[in-house]
Design a protein around this ligand. Structure first.
Ligand SMILES: Cc1ncc(COP(=O)(O)O)c(C=O)c1O
Length: 448
C-alpha cells in the first residue's frame, strides 16, 4: 500500500472531519501551514510532548502550538492559572493587575523593552512596530531580509515567501510593496548600501536566528553588524522575537547574543500558548502611543490587547522560563536529536541532514555536500537559494503522512523542541525519520 493509501485508511476519522471542513474554509483549513493533501490530521487533545488525534494515534509533537509551547502541552500550573482566571473575568473591559504583572515579567527578561504595549498576535506587533518607526522618524520604508517572516500584514509580506524574485505578494498594493526593501541576509555590506543609498528607510527588521525560524541561519556577528549600522546611519533596529523570544534564552536572542534592539516584537511563548503579542522598546519610541497633551499620537485600540486569560497563561509560562531550566532542557534535547538524526543518516548513507540552532531544527533532504561535523554546522555555507529552495509539495506531503504513520507530527521538515521532549521521544523520532525516508523510497519519492 502506498503512503497516501495507508494514511487515508489509518486516519479515517480526520478524513471524515475534513469532509465537513472543506466546504466551510478555503482548502478546509484555518492556517496555511496546516495544509496537507489529501486531508490534514485532526487533533483531539495534547499533553507534554505528545498529542492524540481523533483516531486515537499517540503522536510525538514537534508543532508545539506553532512554536508557542516551550513547556510542552498543557502544563498543570499554567492550566490552573487560566482556570482560576476564567471564573473571575474573561474580559473585564478594564485595566487589570495581571497585565501589569505580565509586563513586569517581560521587562525583567527583556530589558530593552522599556515600555510595552500588548497586542493580540505577532502580526499586530510587527504592524505596530513599523507604524512607530514611521511616526518617530518620518521615514516610510523598512528593510527586511529574503525568507524572513514577520506575520501576514501588507508591509512585511514582500520577500517572506518564494519565489524570491521581487514579484508583489498577491493582494498587496504596489505602493505598499515599494516601501519594503528586501535584500539577502548575512551581508552587512548590502545593508550599509541600502541605508546609505536610501534615506527613506527608517528601520531594519529581522528574525534574529534566521528566516522561517532558521532555515537560513543568522548568527550573532550579523546582529552586531546591524546594531552598528543602525547607529551609524541613525535607523531603528527591530528584532522580531516572536519565535526566538523566551526560547533561545529566557531573554531571547538579544540576551543570548548581547545585542540591544530599539524595538522588539513578541508573541507565541509570551502568552503561554494562548493568543497574544507585544511590542516593546525604547521609551522615546513607545511614547508615540502615549496620550501627550498638545502632541499627536498613534491610535492603538484592540479588543483583546492584554487579555486576562492570555496574561494568566503568560505569567505562568514566563515565571518558569525565568529560571532558565526550560531553555536548557529544550536546547539539550534539540542537540541530542540533531546529533542522533545525523548519526543515523550518515550510518544509513542517506543524503539528508539535520541542522539548526537552540531548540529550532530543520531537516534538509537531498543534501549532497559534506556531512555535518559539528553542532554549529550550516548546510551549503548558508546559501539562501539552496537552503530555502522550493520543495516538491507531493514529496513534502508524503513525508508528513509517513511521519504521522510512524507516530510523529512534524511541521513540514522543521521541529520546535520543548523542555518536555524526552530520550524516548528522540529515539522514536529518529526511528520515524528512518522509516519514513524508506517509505518515500518505496513510493518512488526519494529524489527531489
Ligand atoms: C518571526 C515571526 N514574526 C511574526 C509572526 C506572526 O505572528 P502571529 O502568527 O502571532 O501573527 C510569526 C508567526 O509565525 C513569526 O514566526
Amino acid at each position: 500500500m502506498s503512503i497516501v493509501e495507508r494514511y487515508s485508511k489509518e486516519f479515517a476519522g480526520s478524513s471524515r472531519l475534513y469532509e465537513r471542513a472543506r466546504g466551510l474554509f478555503p482548502s478546509g483549513i484555518t492556517h496555511d501551514i496546516r495544509h496537507l493533501e489529501p486531508f490534514p490530521v485532526y487533533v483531539d487533545r495534547a499533553k507534554g510532548s505528545r498529542k492524540w488525534d481523533v483516531d486515537g494515534h499517540e503522536l510525538v509533537d514537534f508543532w508545539n502550538g506553532h512554536g508557542s509551547l516551550i513547556l510542552g502541552h498543557c502544563p498543570d500550573d499554567l492550566i490552573a492559572a487560566v482556570q482560576h482566571q476564567i471564573t473571575r473575568a474573561t474580559h473585564p473591559g478594564a485595566c487589570h493587575a495581571l497585565e501589569i504583572e505580565w509586563a513586569e515579567l517581560v521587562r525583567k527578561l527583556v530589558p530593552s523593552a522599556e515600555r510595552i504595549r500588548f497586542t493580540s498576535s505577532g502580526t499586530e506587533a510587527t504592524l505596530m512596530a513599523l507604524r512607530i518607526v514611521r511616526a518617530a522618524t518620518g521615514r516610510p520604508k523598512v528593510l527586511k531580509f529574503t525568507g524572513h517572516f514577520h506575520g501576514w500584514h501588507d508591509f512585511v509580506m514582500p520577500g517572506a515567501y518564494q519565489p524570491y524574485d521581487g514579484s508583489p505578494p498577491r493582494g498587496v498594493a504596489d505602493p505598499v510593496v515599494s516601501d519594503t526593501v528586501v535584500i539577502d541576509p548575512n551581508d552587512p555590506a548590502a545593508v550599509e548600501r541600502a541605508f546609505r543609498d536610501d534615506p527613506s528607510i527608517g528601520a531594519v527588521i529581522i528574525e534574529p536566528t534566521g528566516g522561517h525560524w532558521g532555515v537560513v541561519p543568522v548568527r550573532g556577528a550579523f546582529l552586531h553588524a546591524l546594531r552598528e549600522l543602525c547607529d551609524k546611519y541613525d535607523r531603528i533596529f527591530i528584532m522580531d522575537e516572536v519565535i526566538t523570544g523566551f526560547r533561545v534564552s529566557p531573554g531571547g536572542a538579544q540576551a543570548h547574543y548581547g545585542v540591544k534592539p530599539d524595538i522588539t516584537t513578541m508573541a507565541k511563548i509570551l502568552a503561554g500558548g494562548l493568543p497574544g503579542g507585544a511590542v516593546g522598546g525604547k521609551a522615546e519610541l513607545m511614547n508615540e502611543i502615549e496620550f501627550r497633551p498638545g502632541k499627536p499620537k498613534i491610535r492603538h485600540p484592540g479588543t483583546y490587547n492584554g487579555n486576562p486569560l492570555s496574561a494568566a497563561a503568560g505569567i505562568s509560562a514566563l515565571k518558569r522560563i525565568a529560571t532558565g531550566e526550560p531553555t536548557r532542557l529544550a536546547n539539550d534535547a534539540a542537540t541530542r536529536l540533531k546529533r542522533s538524526l545525523n548519526e543515523m543518516l550518515s550510518r544509513r548513507n542517506i543524503n539528508w541532514c539535520c541542522y539548526g540552532d537552540f531548540s529550532l531544527l530543520h531537516l534538509m533532504p537531498d543534501y549532497d555536500w559534506p556531512r555535518p561535523d559539528n553542532d554549529d554546522f550550516i548546510p551549503y555555507d548558508g546559501s539562501v537559494r539552496k537552503l530555502d529552495a522550493a520543495k516538491n509539495p507531493k514529496r513534502v506531503h508524503a513525508f508528513r503522512q509517513a511521519m504521522l504513520l510512524n507516530g510523529v507530527d512534524l511541521p513540514g521538515t522543521g521541529m520546535f523542541i520543548t523542555a518536555c521532549h524526552s530520550s524516548d521521544d528522540i529515539a522514536r523520532t529518529v526511528d520515524a525519520v528512518e522509516k519514513s525516508i524508506s517509505m518515500l523510497r518505496d513510493d518512488g519519492l526519494d529524489a527531489a
